[in-house]
Write a protein that binds this ligand. Sequence first.
Ligand SMILES: Cc1cc2nc3c(=O)[nH]c(=O)nc-3n(C[C@H](O)[C@H](O)[C@H](O)COP(=O)(O)OP(=O)(O)OC[C@H]3O[C@@H](n4cnc5c(N)ncnc54)[C@H](O)[C@@H]3O)c2cc1C
Length: 380
Amino acid sequence: MSTFNFTPSQSSIDAAGLRNKIRDFLATALQKVSARERAYSWTGFNANISEAMGKAGWIGMQWPEQYGGRDASPLERYVVIEELLAAGAPVGAHWIADRQSGTHLLRYGSERVKREYLPKIAAGELYFCIGMSEPNAGSDLAAIATHASHVDGGWKINGAKLWTTHVVRSQMMIALVRTDRSQQRHGGMSQFLIDLSLPGITIKGISDQTGEEHFGEVFFDDVLVPEDCLIGVEGEGWQQVNAELALERSGPERYLSSYRLIEEFLSAQDETSNELNRCALGQWAAELWTLRQMSLSMAGQISEGKEPSLEAAMVKDLGATFEQSLPHQVEALLDDEAQTTPSALREVLDYLLLASPSFSLRGGTREILRGIIARGLGLR
Ligand SMILES: Cc1cc2nc3c(=O)[nH]c(=O)nc-3n(C[C@H](O)[C@H](O)[C@H](O)COP(=O)(O)OP(=O)(O)OC[C@H]3O[C@@H](n4cnc5c(N)ncnc54)[C@H](O)[C@@H]3O)c2cc1C
């Protein structure tokens, strides 16, 4: 039976200096951002904030300078991400590009693609979305039917993607499609970089129960993409997408989505606060610290070129369970006055009560993650 590997991260940096710099930046950048928008955190789309972050050099900071980055270490990026999430910065516009698409292109993209797109991502101008799920392929991603055929001048794509976060406002997608339909399940898939303004693409937004249009659906009708928009190796899309999912599942956003609630709850306490509230704060801090150590270990392993998909699934499952339960715990702790009086705490709580059910669906459902963990441990 295999075991988990959560080796503590060995890197060390001047975290305090870096934290002060990003906190100074956020104090100005977030001045006019409302409590509700802060509750969206990494899913909130705010182009002005992304542009300001790009100008300040906080996007793609771990990429090489020649592609618009500044050669920062994974740990430095981790510190910046923690501060963004703690402040509730609405950084959703560039989040996917910074977290995974850019890093994926760096590894698998052609030189032309890297030079053209990475600097624009780092500038906070170019937004990406993830084209994995389809109407008949969610948990069972190997059931995707969207396909690309090799034609003169490139690849022709047909099919549809569903639940695509920020597709309505993104300019680019990295999509997993079939390139060899004679192959079953995990074979014959490839990844493509798709410019969403190309002819043949139709995009429709979908509102979730919070009333926000966070995601949408996309239809591809004979969409012609250039030859070098094939990312990586034809037929190796399944292996590549798994490397991408390790980036997607193990970061601090997988346990800090409800963090604004802790900040608002803490601000609402004073010397008369009851012991239950103080105990709850202590318990959340302890849980957060454990999740943080696990997630930091992932950042270290990924930077060493490893693909810790089993451990990443563990971080995502435990993290989602924590951030999903937090709004309910806070609501149970509020007294009658706090329940009914309008406040920043109430505003953040109301949003998170509606948004949090999706935390154990997006990025892979709880059941699927537990299946991955069981298989990784040799239990199924
Ligand atoms: C907020 C949000 C944002 C998203 N953003 C994106 C995005 O940007 N890009 C993208 O590609 N997708 C995105 N998704 C889609 C997400 O990845 C899928 O919703 C998820 O993979 C589940 O797929 P499904 O919705 O088709 O549900 P299904 O796969 O139909 O699953 C329905 C239920 O059955 C359970 N189930 C399914 N199979 C099994 C099994 N074998 N064993 C046990 N239980 C099982 C599931 O756990 C789930 O509870 C997003 C989803 C949400 C909610």
